[in-house]
Write a protein that binds this ligand. Sequence first.
Ligand code: C2O
Ligand code: CU
Ligand code: CU
Length: 504
Amino acid sequence: MSRWKRVLIVLGSVAAVFLAAVGGLFAWQWNGAGVSTVGQVRFDNELRVPPLAESTVEKDGTRVFSLRMQAGTTEFQQGLKTPTWGFNGSHLGPTLRAKRGEKVKVLVENTLDEASGVHWHGMHVPAKMDGGPHQEVAPGKTWTPQWKVDQPAATLWYHPHPHGKTEKHVQRGLAGMFLIDDARTASLKLPKRYGVDDLPVAVQDVAFDGADFDHGRRSFLQNTGFLGTRTMVNGTLDPYQVVGDELVRLRLLNASTARIYDFGFGDDRDFTLVGTDGGLLERPQTLKRVQLSPGERAEVVVRMRAGEKAVLRSFPQGNYGGGFEQRFAGGDDSFDVLELRAAAALRKSPKLPSVMGALEVPQEKDAARGRFFGLRMSGINGRKMDRGHVDETVVRGTAEVWTVRNEDGAPHNFHVHDVRFRVVLVDGKPPTGMLRGAKDTVYVPGGSTVKLAMRFEGPADPDTPYMYHCHLLYHEDQGMMGQFVVVEKGQKEGTPASGGHGGH
Ligand code: C2O
Ligand code: CU
Ligand code: CU
């Protein structure tokens, strides 16, 4: 044999061993990536329903709430104390509730040992009250935002938004709901008794390492941030809820940091979608599935028969932009999330309305201009978040159409602060299902493009930006976020502070 032949044989076998090792490693990662809790959940904990936050009313009618961010421990698993953070308690927070037209004020006190904050996700607020990375609350400080609620009834939520640390703060337990009521919801016959036939359902995925939360990655091939191995609702593992009415409204909130769910029921029954992020739909829709990426909400009404059990389940999903992403970003996973147990006899529920009213979001033809946003993990439109830089300047009172494209194939979504938008087109086609409602967050799978119409009401504040970003919080923290300011016509954008303590 010539010397070259021998060298080639050696090189060939080294390459074969290398390829086998890589293939083996990949197969091992692939097999380890899928998770399912379907059929394995015992549902032995009663669902925790967060209390409605107490409030006082000042002389001028302002409703005042207090939220105290604090550290503590929570017993999710019997006998095991998990270190957690919460609002007015050790984990999660109370449900705030206010009416359209009301003035509200919140005393946000940070007793943690690091800066945090509270952002009102879905709320139309002046930029200074938004609670984003420009209004961080230093340890020991209290921040007191106030605004007038002026938007349709909806299921909103609140969570910290500190620069580069949002994933960690939400994972530790800082999140809660904020419900808005209005004249329309007061008159419509929808289930509306909080905690009885109108249930908050905040879904989060978790993993434990003994008593502690385990926020590590399951695979180095995963690029979404943390994905848990089981789910909890309102901080309750394996939850069940006894219901006594024929119709039960679930206010679904995906409060997970990276996981996308496709909710339906274990027996594949229909349910009625009545609301999305921005409030009620024009008319109810009968569906079997509703897909929620992080930050999105859906209000669904499910019909129960006396004595039965119905399991809210998250099903495997096919729209992750490719098999690799689907496997490693959680698309193949499934979870049994919540068991509803109907009482032996149920109270009659009134028939659901067939029309609920118009959406308060603009049409494409109302738009004064368009903008484009290309989503990549490395940044939006090729730029990473920079608190000192205004990326977009919009004119108060105008509507715009924003076209958002997923350019790198990883799962992303898109959230815009302060506004609600109409989804005009999804990959060139009119939206279906949930995407026909008013939204503030929308899933944008790999390879897909959405067109959104929104109106910017202000008030104008050239120096204080609002955010738009991917709500997979690891991506957001890595810089998948940009800033826009609202200005009066003819006004120039100002210079936002590049630090985070502008809001004291
Ligand atoms: Cu729910 Cu900018 O966030
Ligand atoms: Cu938000
Ligand atoms: Cu993303």
